[in-house]
Design a protein around this ligand. Structure first.
Ligand SMILES: Nc1ncnc2c1ncn2[C@@H]1O[C@H](COP(=O)(O)OP(=O)(O)OP(=O)(O)O)[C@@H](O)[C@H]1O
Length: 819
């Protein structure tokens, strides 16, 4: 069934398939050498044509006749081919064609990158055409320089844009080519001119120096002493002049150019030596300047070396596409989601009037006058915003919550006094006929579809009927709580569905913990697309509490590994890291890889805390504190919002919270740090907070059959070979199968035994240090030592007891074991 569905989907979105040629090594050798030889043949024929072409013209018509012998070095075929390419084709530019054929052969032989070859062909053909037109521009008849194509294009173009137009067009062609191929910019050209100018200047000054040097060399010692004394004096004078000038200028309040010039002139006309020295000094300055310029240029080049490499890689292969492995993956379509009859808000004018009158009357009974009242109708609740008369205390209205509820004879009345940022008081009154907010409507909304959030979640609709979309990556973890039957599971499904509609399997992975064993089982079908699991574990959805501890610890290892990667890549968060990886700036050989977001969903968190306590709380708190930057996000749901479940540590690390209806104000306080959740009406009515305001949202409804169709749709498509593997974690207490086979023992078993017995301390970390092992291997060794009766069982935080007192006893023990 599922398969049929996919087929219908894929038939609607048929893509044009490009044939992909996969050649065997032999085929490559044959084809490659054929192309190389054919290229050489063309080249020989073309060269020969330059000398024999004219003479061979007459023989071309008698191709079949054996009496006629052309002069071309490759006889008839050579004459025909070169006539076809040069005379009737593109003129001498056809040599490039021969080169391209040859090059193709080399590429196939060496199995080099085809993208590059395609690029050579593309540019090669453009150059052939350009050259042919260029040569044709100068010819008055068809000749071998431009060939027929060059001549014809020229005459055609000249009829429309004239000779000047064609020459400008050719010039434009060159500029475009240079700009695209060699990344020529206006600045490059300007720099080129500048450096040329500097070169000329340098040459000029070197020539001057050469003139000066002999004079300097011929100076007698006396003259030299005189010269340097003079120089110093001149310099001092110059310095003094300059300082005087500055003083003068400062005192006169402005610098006069004339004075400057005069002093310069005076200085110049003083002596010839001064001039020489000056020139020499200038030269040195120039040298320094040019040296500096060169250094700066070098520095810039060095800096951009990796960039250049990655740019080149991107140019050759394009940006890295993480979705490539499942390139044909199709996102679930909207029609998999149901439309509901009771969708769409219908305004009941009577109900509105009635409620309004009751609110006004009740408040009047308590002497509260209303200046203004306005209603906003939401899917399940209507918000009446009132502006009380001046001088009324807000707390007075707030205290009337129960009285208003009584007079309206309605549950779930909530008073927001005042509405933040509005200056009004809000009274939320549930609608008599609530409407369902379908998942379909929120997924289809423009807000969700066009959102560029990292992990967008369409939670439902607000009271003003706006689709409420939040970014899980920004939250960065979510706590969901509410009494049983109030819509938590639906809420979790809405979150997961949103991500399935927006994120490719390569971009996000879920770790699902479901102690109830029934809520999330449907997601088993998408295990190889979207789920992450521990190596060796059978089910991707974790239902066993002990496995949860391992998974959480494994996620902590994944977090540490990711931080390490981010550190080496010098990125601050996963988005930057992935962007860098996509731009091919990170080398996969250094362990870098595209990192998918990981969303850990824990349903029934209370159950976990009750059974595993600190062992769960600690890794959860660690993840919650640190994992945001590396793309691990937590969603925990609980139906028991008591303080021993939602502890201080958990609360501190989960600023984003969703409260469904709870039974008591205390529970509401535990979740939201305030009342409100106890006044909700249930069935997906919820309050959302991200640390500040409370937003009332009607959760989108997605039914189990809908989730099933979506998971069927995804599950029937091509998947990865296995689920995303989390790092292995071996807990101290786990895997102690005491019947470990002697032959299966680690090579370092004996060494480990010696270390443990010598130190009389049975801990894995000791082995890690002494034998330089990873945690997992050390853990396995400890298990084997336990199985061999060398260390005792796991004793919580204490090190295991060592059962063998010394090395001699150990030897005896091991010998007996073999016997
Ligand atoms: N957003 C919603 N819109 C309309 N109805 C809803 C919505 N959410 C939940 N409901 C109704 O409430 C019922 C219970 O919801 P759900 O199973 O999600 O509750 P729960 O809090 O997960 O309960 P439990 O803790 O027992 O699993 C649903 O079967 C559905 O009829």
């Amino acid at each position: 069934m599922a398969k049929k569905k996919t087929n219908t989907k894929s038939s609607t979105k048929k893509k044009i398939k490009l044939p992909s040629f996969q050649l065997s090594s032999q085929q490559k050798l044959v084809l490659g050498s054929f192309l190389v030889i054919f290229g050489i043949v063309l080249c020989i024929a073309f060269v020969s044509f330059l000398f024999t072409g004219e003479a061979d013209q007459s023989t071309l018509s008698d191709f079949a006749s054996r009496d006629v012998q052309p002069k071309n070095w490759l006889s008839k075929t050579g004459a025909w081919l070169s006539d076809l390419f040069i005379q009737r084709g593109f003129g001498v530019a056809s040599f490039i064609f021969a080169g391209l054929v040859c090059l193709s052969g080399v590429y196939i032989l060496t199995d080099s990158n085809r993208t590059k070859l395609r690029k050579h062909w593309f540019w090669g053909i453009l150059i052939i055409i350009w050259l042919s037109v260029f040569f044709g521009f100068f010819g008055t008849k068809i000749d071998i320089l431009g060939g027929t194509v060059g001549y014809e294009i020229n005459t055609y173009l000249q009829d429309f844009i004239g000779k000047i137009g064609v020459s400008l067009l050719l010039l434009f062609g060159v500029i475009t080519y240079m700009a695209i191929r060699f990344r020529l910019t206006f600045e490059n050209v300007a720099n080129l001119f500048h450096s040329a100018k500097r070169d000329i200047k340098d040459e000029f000054s070197t020539a001057n120096n050469e003139l000066i040097v002999p004079v300097d060399n011929n100076l007698t010692e006396e003259a030299e002493a005189f010269k340097s004394a003079f120089d110093i004096k001149e310099k001092e004078n110059l310095q003094k002049d300059f300082e005087d000038e500055i003083d003068e200028d400062l005192s006169s309040g402005g610098m006069t150019l004339n004075t400057n010039i005069t002093s310069d002139e005076n200085f110049t006309s003083n002596t010839q030596t001064a001039l020489e020295v000056n020139i020499a000094e200038e030269d040195t300055d120039d040298d320094i300047e040019s040296d500096l310029a060169i250094e700066v240029a070098k520095f810039a080049e060095e800096q951009s070396e990796t960039d250049n490499l990655s740019d080149k890689l991107v140019e050759d292969f394009g940006l890295f596409d993480p979705t490539l492995e499942l390139a044909k993956y199709q996102f679930p379509t909207l029609d998999l989601l149901k439309k509901y009859d009771s969708e769409g808000i219908t305004i009941n004018q009577e109900e509105l009037e009635e409620n309004k009158n009751r609110i006004v009357d009740t408040l009047k009974n308590y002497n509260i006058g209303i200046a203004n009242i306005k209603a906003t109708i939401g899917p399940t609740v209507t918000l009446y915003e009132i502006v009380p008369d001046a001088g009324i205390r807000i707390s007075k209205i707030k205290n009337l919550e129960d009285d208003i509820a009584l007079s309206l004879s309605a549950l779930g009345i909530r008073i927001i006094a005042p509405i933040p940022g509005k200056g009004t008081i809000g009274i939320e009154v549930p609608n008599k006929n609530s409407t369902i907010v379908s998942m379909r409507s929120v997924i289809a909304s423009k807000k969700f579809q066009s959102s560029d959030m990292q992990l967008p979640i369409a939670l439902g609709k607000t009271i003003s009927n706006e689709t409420f979309v939040v970014d899980l990556a920004k939250m960065p973890h979510l706590l969901m709580a509410g009494a049983t039957g109030q819509g938590k599971s639906v809420g979790l499904n809405a979150v997961l569905t949103s991500l399935l509609y927006k994120k490719h399997p390569a971009e996000v992975k879920f770790v699902l913990v479901d102690p109830k064993k029934v809520e999330l089982t449907l997601f088993n079908k998408i295990e190889r697309h979207y789920l992450a699991k521990l190596p060796d574990s059978e089910d991707a959805i974790i239902t066993d509490n002990t496995k949860v501890i391992n998974t959480l610890n494994s996620l902590c290892i994944e977090m540490d590994n990711r931080y390490e990667l981010l550190k080496t890549a010098m990125c601050r968060n996963i988005a930057e890291y992935n962007a860098k990886f996509k731009a091919r700036k990170l080398n996969p050989n250094d362990g870098h890889q595209f990192l998918p977001y990981i969303v850990l969903v824990v349903d029934e968190f209370a159950d976990l805390i009750m059974t595993a306590g600190k062992e769960v709380e600690t890794p959860i708190a660690r993840l919650a504190q640190l994992a945001r930057a590396i793309g691990i996000h937590l969603i925990i749901a609980t139906q028991r919002p008591s303080v021993n479940v939602i502890t201080g540590i958990i609360k501190a690390n989960f600023p984003a919270r969703i409260a469904f209806r709870v039974t008591s104000k205390i529970d509401s306080r535990t979740i939201l740090d305030g009342a409100g959740a106890d006044q909700l009406i249930g069935r997906g009515d919820m309050l959302y907070t991200q640390g500040n305001d409370l937003i009332r949202v009607q959760c989108a409804f997605v039914d189990t059959p809908e989730v099933e169709t979506i998971t069927d749709f995804i599950g029937s498509q091509k998947a990865y070979p296995e689920a995303y593997m989390l790092p292995e974690f071996v807990g101290e207490e786990s895997g102690t199968s005491l019947d470990i086979d002697i032959s299966d023992r680690d090579k370092l078993f004996k060494d480990a035994a010696i270390v443990i017995v010598t130190a009389q301390q049975g801990s894995a970390s000791l082995l890690q240090r002494k034998l330089k092992l990873g945690y997992n291997r050390a853990g396995r060794l400890i298990d084997q030592l336990e199985a061999a009766g060398i260390v005792g069982p796991f004793e919580g935080s204490k090190a295991r007891q060592v059962l063998i007192p010394d090395l001699t006893a150990l030897d005896n023990h091991l010998e007996n074991e073999i016997l």
